[in-house]
Ligand binder design. Structure first.
Ligand code: NAP
Length: 257
């Protein structure tokens, strides 16, 4: 077991990539606290994860709530070895029709909140801990309609390196996972039904060198690597888990033959 005796906090752990990671962490021996806003999904996730998990209702944009969540995690399972700042929202912000509120909500959730999640966790973080921040390929892809999301995720890349520099004296590692499109509930707003999802997945498969949309587990397994001692000398990096989308776009099926 790669996380035996370790304690983890995962924001947005009641759905998608966060929940897949929580399941993997528990299976690898960790005690895991998950957070989210949706009480029903938190309860369902807690049931699925079993006795080595704690579900705490907390909005990541509420600093006091996150401080309370960290305190609850530490009280139940002890000081933290792993923080996965994963909670995030998509949010369409096209030029010409975007309100300040809509833009700032994306930045607050995806960029400001990971900073304050780490800051809230810091007093309860063991030396030698591992922090993983969730970014996205959108940080570098220039997808139309995603200015705030792209800015938030690009901000995460920059912020992670600063955090890694600040926390290296405590041997705390900070790294970034940058997923490509993955099959999770995040797409519900943009892709409203199964038929639309099938069309969307086909488009992603055609533009992805490995020819498929990611599963949440693909990302979770990379987060496990970054969380565990297998990555003990990996500091301040960003790992794209995107089937080659950003590194070798011309290798995608759409360009073949
Ligand atoms: P998801 O299934 O929709 O999960 C998002 C999670 O974030 C949920 O657990 C949600 O919980 C939580 N969350 C959102 N806003 C929150 C808030 N204000 N306070 C607390 N929790 C909040 O989507 P996902 O795909 O797993 O996304 C996880 C992360 O991966 C995000 O940062 C996303 O940007 C990133 N990502 C996803 C993809 C993809 O294609 N799926 C690609 C690149 C990057 P509640 O709703 O209960 O609050």
């Amino acid at each position: 077991m790669r996380l035996a005796g370790k304690t983890a906090l995962i924001t947005g752990g009641n759905s998608g990539i966060g929940l897949a990671t929580a399941k993997l962490f528990v299976a690898e021996g960790a005690k895991v606290t998950i957070t989210g806003r949706d009480k029903a999904r938190l309860e369902a996730a807690a049931k699925e994860l079993g006795a080595n998990a704690l579900a705490v209702e907390a909005d990541v944009t509420d600093i006091a709530a996150m401080e309370r969540a960290v305190a609850q995690a530490a009280a139940k399972f002890g000081k933290l070895d792993i923080v996965f700042a994963n909670a995030g929202i998509p949010g369409s912000t096209p030029l010409g029709s975007t309100s300040l509120d809509a833009f700032e909500q994306v930045i607050r959730t995806n960029l400001t909140a990971p900073f304050f999640t780490v800051q809230a966790a810091l007093p309860q973080l063991n030396d030698g801990a591992s922090i993983i921040l969730n970014s996205s390929v959108i940080a570098v892809l220039g997808n139309p309609g995603y200015s705030a999301y792209a800015a938030s995720k690009a901000g995460v890349r920059g912020m992670a390196r600063v955090m890694a520099a600040e926390l290296s004296p405590r041997n705390i590692r900070v790294n970034v996972v940058a997923p490509g499109a993955a099959r999770t509930p995040i797409w519900k707003g943009a892709v409203p039904n199964e038929q639309a999802m099938a069309v969307f997945e086909k488009r992603i498969a055609l533009s992805t060198p490995l020819g498929r949309i990611a599963e949440a587990d693909h990302i979770a397994k990379t987060v496990l690597f970054l969380a565990s001692d297998d990555s003990a000398h990996v500091q301040g990096v960003e790992i794209f888990v995107d089937g080659g989308t950003t590194g070798l776009p011309a290798g995608a099926p759409i360009y073949r033959g």
